[in-house]
Ligand binder design. Structure first.
Ligand code: DP6
Length: 346
């Protein structure tokens, strides 16, 4: 007796960034954060879960390769099993079935949809997807808070459970029960909003976000004012969203990205996730906005050099055209060797 299901989960991109933890094991964040969930048809993860009493142990196949199950994923699976038992008892599942079910082991086969962009928030959509798949397989997807479960796999994953504009509240409880994500607005609240991902080639980052944020917590003084700053900025994002006021939204997005990277530079030893191309793109966006006369395009960067541009549909053609004229090679890929962008032309 074997059972199987396949689900998908999208990537999310933080507008006000999560950086730092209060609790490493429960993955409780030091500050609130807010993000946009991207369209899952392009980027994201697809996961197939099967379970059977004949499997000897849980196993994970990631992008075609069998992997050791990390302690974080182990925590997620354990919590999902616990949630399942609770659910079964509450729904008076018969004892024999419950016994059989708890003996089941999972086979998790998970794949990033766009391999070339494997580094793009793959932990967020990946952990969200595995959580979603396991909960669906066990029939508890509707009755548990999957964002709490996904959080145990990777903090930012909790926001990929929902679409649209999503806020992750740090929460106050020690057990993390209130550290969950909530949808603030669905995607259709601002249907003209677009995100363009510019994949900036570069070496694999030396310091991952888990380690980087740990170092910042320990050494950067900028972190002291961070929780309050995030609360204020999240309010601004929500207001801008409600009013569909792009210049206000764009300004907060860029400021918060810059704050994140300033914190990283203030960390000891300093961390730099941006490269020369990222810096050129930042300048490009500011120049473009000053030509247009108001903030019409905003950039944001996570713990890496890839650039996410946020803008409205009405600027899509103009933006893509200018980008193609200045940065793209004949294959449509970002030319990272020699950015051709020249200030004097503008
Ligand atoms: C810069 O969620 O990858 O992308 O919780 O340790 O797995 P862990 O970290 P992770 O950190 C993401 C950091 C960020 C900002 C964000 O997504 O909010």
């Amino acid at each position: 007796s074997e059972w199987e299901c396949t689900v998908e989960a999208p990537v999310n991109i933080a507008l006000v960034k999560y950086w730092g933890k209060k609790d490493e094991k429960l993955i409780l964040p030091y500050n609130d954060s807010i993000s946009l969930t991207l369209d899952e048809t392009v980027l994201g993860t697809r996961t197939t879960v099967s379970y059977s009493a004949t499997y000897e142990e849980d196993c994970l196949v990631l992008n075609g390769e069998e992997q050791k199950i990390s302690s974080r994923l182990e925590n997620v699976i354990e919590e999902i099993r616990r949630a399942f038992r609770k659910h079964a008892v509450r729904n008076k599942m018969n004892a024999q079935n419950l016994m059989i079910m708890t003996r089941f082991r999972f086979r998790i086969v998970t794949e990033n949809k766009m391999p070339t962009a494997a580094g793009l928030a793959s932990s967020a959509s990946g952990m969200a997807c595995i959580t979603f798949a396991l909960c669906t397989a066990l029939g508890i997807a509707e009755s548990v808070d999957m964002s709490r479960l996904a959080r145990l796999g990777s903090g930012s994953a909790c926001r990929s459970i929902y679409g649209g504009l999503v806020q992750w509240e740090a929460g106050k409880e020690e057990d993390g029960s209130d550290s969950v994500a909530k949808q603030i607005y669905p995607a259709h609240a601002w249907p003209e909003l677009r995100v363009l991902v510019l994949v900036v080639n570069g070496e694999k980052k030396k310091i991952g976000s888990t380690k980087g944020m740990q170092m910042s917590i320990e050494t950067s003084d900028f972190m002291i004012s961070r929780p309050k700053q995030c609360k204020d900025r999240i309010q601004e994002v929500c207001w801008a969203f409600q009013a569909k006021h792009f210049p206000a939204l764009g300004e907060v997005i860029m400021k918060d990205s810059n704050t994140l990277h300033a914190i990283c530079r203030d960390t000891l030893p300093p961390v730099n996730y941006l490269n020369e191309t990222s810096e050129v793109l930042i300048e490009f966006v500011h120049d473009l906005n000053s030509i247009i006369g108001e903030v019409s395009v905003a950039y944001t960067f996570d713990a890496g050099p890839n650039c996410f541009l946020v803008f409205q549909e009405k600027h899509e053609h103009l933006l893509k055209w200018i980008l193609s004229q200045t940065f793209l090679d004949s294959n449509g890929l970002l030319n990272t060797d020699k950015p051709k962008f020249d200030n004097d032309e503008n």
